[in-house]
Design a protein around this ligand. Sequence first.
Ligand code: RIB
Ligand code: CA
Length: 348
Amino acid sequence: MLKIKLILLLITVFSTPGLVIAQTDEQTPIIFDTDFVMPPADDGMALMLALQSPELIILGITTVMGNESLETATSDVLRMLEIANRTDIPVYQGADMPLVHDKSDFSVSQYGNWYSNEAPKMPPGGFAKITAKSKSAMSFLVESVMDQPGKITIVAIGPLTNVAQAIRAEPTFAKKVKSLVIMGGAIASLADGAGNITPNAEYNFWVDPEAAYVTLRSGIPIELSPLNVSRKSALSKEYYEQMILRETPFTQLLKDTVGKRFENDPDSVWLMYDQIAVASLIDSSIVTTKKMYVDVNINHGISYGVSVGGEELWPGAEGAQPMNVQYDLDWVRFIKMFSERIQRPIPK
Ligand code: RIB
Ligand code: CA
């Protein structure tokens, strides 16, 4: 539980029509950068967790292509904010394609739909009435960080295109970001380090390898949540049933989406990805980390987009930086935390 020490609090007030949120010095201001899709996708469940966690103050949400197109990411996230009654949180659209990586036959036939120019599908309950701001994700990232140097944490759970653009746009940006939590990569030198899109590449890094390379080498303090830690999770029907015991708009959304999947395949067990990155920011003791140098291969060929991690620098990785790499998870504590928070009442 968050302890609010009223007297000692440094109060910053964010005022938006109809809502006033007080930020305390025990809370972490974040920008949530996401290739969003509604649950059962992990980004959808990760945002639900962030919205239900008073330790985090979401200053804004920036969208990026990845799981689906940029238009789908934006349309779904706007609808999620309506369901959550948090239309005070501004949404900024970012990159609709990677920096360099082009659409290929492989990307079209595989997981993900970032290259698509199809209109977004209607989210649960219909398209949102609210709209995204006209400012770009990159401008919002740069302006926010420059306004509050050393204060803002970025949670990046999609391809790193928006973050890399901000790093390149403002030379002092990287020095002024407090920290960056990234879901991405797979570290072959640790257990469970295979890729999920090519034999060794993880999806977010593979969609935009150059953006991952720029970001990982930027000097921003990084907490990396790679596939190794995701593979310590196991969402089964039994755990899902514990998540939907109370009636709220969020549990209804889970029943309509995650529940459908378990109806079709009751024995399935899923990994959780972006949810772990968010949870680790709320309670760092649910994950075990190790300091490693991590770099990304940007040579076009069989290892394009592969992340490589080592405890020491190795030839060819000069310029790579050390970061905290998550490799183990207290699964039971994590899923209890997730279930409890998801079922908290939603603001009226
Ligand atoms: O590899 C897992 C990552 O790819 C997650 O962030 C998921 O949402 C997809 O973007
Ligand atoms: Ca994601």
